[in-house]
Design a protein around this ligand. Sequence first.
Ligand code: B12
Ligand code: SF4
Length: 493
Amino acid sequence: MAKKPTILFLAIIPPDYSPYLAASYGMERSFDLLPHKHSVLSLVAWLRDNGCEGQYVWIDAPDEKGFMVLDDAIAIAEPDAIGLSLVSEEMVSHYKLIRFLKKHYPKIQIIVGGPHVTALPEHTLLNFPDIDFVAIGEGERTLLEWIMRIAAGQRGFELGDINGLAFTHIDGKVIVTPPRESIKDINILPDPAFDLIHDSEAPPDKRSAYPLVCSYGCYFNCTFCSVEHGNYRCLTPVRVVDRMERAKRKFGVEYFAIRDSFWPPKRDWLDEFCDEVEKRNLKVKFHFQTRAGVLTKEQVVRLKKIGAQVIAIGVEAGDPEILKAIKKGITVDMARETVEMLNDAGIFSIAFFIFGNQFENNRTIQASIDLSHELNASIAFFHVLFPLPGAEAFGFLKDDEKLWWMGRGDGLPSICDLSTADLEKLATHAFIHYPLRWDWYKQHVLGGKLPAEFRNIARKIHAIHTRKSILGTLERYWPFNMMIRGTKSMLKR
Ligand code: B12
Ligand code: SF4
């Protein structure tokens, strides 16, 4: 049988990677222990459904050991092409990998996709010359057409009639082909290729959280966000529950990380989802990020009953004018109402805030901190704004600041009156002190609403933040500062 057109996806995933809580709090279960790219699982599933093959390999770092793993994977998969799915902050580190590949496997074509290269296709090809092709936007159909023709031996400009692609012509100019038409009904997409991240030798791992994405695009326009605005499509509730049920049956997974930027899409969608989980008596657990003002009290109670463990919410700012400026489309009252419902129902709640959006100053940041205390979620995260390529906020940067993600210039630039260093200090201080308040301790550690597992997590959070706060205070005073630094460097060794 002829070999199927094959792509091998590569990624660098450090072993201790954990975006939310697990690594920092030594918890038993992370809320995203498997940080693998959903895009890869989704694209490979689509290729397989259409007569091609996809494989996936990840390494801890672009070093000797990592490169040996890649060599082995390439020898086994014998791919026609290599694919990478990248966000802005991964470009530089992953380019080391790409350079290694081009040096050792010059004939294998390399294609990259994802939000960063979608926003900056020309810049990518001109500044990262070992990349052969950029897939712009939704990748399923572009990749399928491309890999079939690559496997048939076509190269460069011969592929110029494939939509949604960019590549460098022989004269050095970048060619960008017409936009790829999007998939209207994403229910035609197959289940993610979970086998790529499933270790069949290991027993079902209760620490695993398999990723699910139920929607493409978004119908909001937040200025800090680089998703495709205005082209929202979602899976039906039945389709999502089908995916959960099949993953549970095939791989023994019971925990799902619903990774949509916001979920559920609508209230009646959620009712149907809950009906379906109940009807099938599906025993699953899951977490997700929602928008303020979407869930009702009854729905929160029902969600907890059918397995919701943690619900996060993007509050972003406490000052109503900032919320308007960033086009978040929520009000402070909506955030209040939602977090109150979560806390009342005994769901571990997470509130996200961003410091440093346009027009921010000390007063508006204090308003965010005050609001976080008033909301009193189980944990609050305070991030400093990253003006990401593809987001409206990226356009607020001066030209020489736009390459911050490459480590150029003075690092992360600020788009407000406060410097990035000040914003970072404020965010760290807010984060460390957040769970050191009596109101928080009363609600999340002593209060009887959270299940015991989460009260224990809250207790750990409190202990860790207390330690951090004491160390932080001592570090400001010599000779404690010298002692702490000495101990830290000894531990590192
Ligand atoms: C889920 C999610 C996460 C999850 C999982 C991430 C992961 N590794 O899969 C977690 C919580 C771990 C996470 C972390 C981060 N995330 Co995130 N995340 C998302 C989110 C909400 C959904 C992504 C997704 O899976 N979509 C579904 C898949 C199917 O779509 P897709 O990824 O867009 O892929 C499609 C196309 O882009 C294309 N494609 C993608 N890759 C490739 C590769 C090839 C070869 C081809 C041909 C096509 C192709 O085809 C795919 C199918 O159509 C997006 C926002 C959004 N709604 O898209 C942000 C988003 C991707 N994240 C973002 C960021 C910044 C981050 C962090 C850097 C945040 C941080 N500072 O820690 C980290 C980086 C982690 C990492 N190394 O990937 C930004 C990226 C912006 C940018 N300019 O790069 C986004 C767009 C949100 C935003 N703020 O604007 N994230
Ligand atoms: S932050 Fe969330 S709601 Fe806002 S545009 Fe991005 S995905 Fe949509």
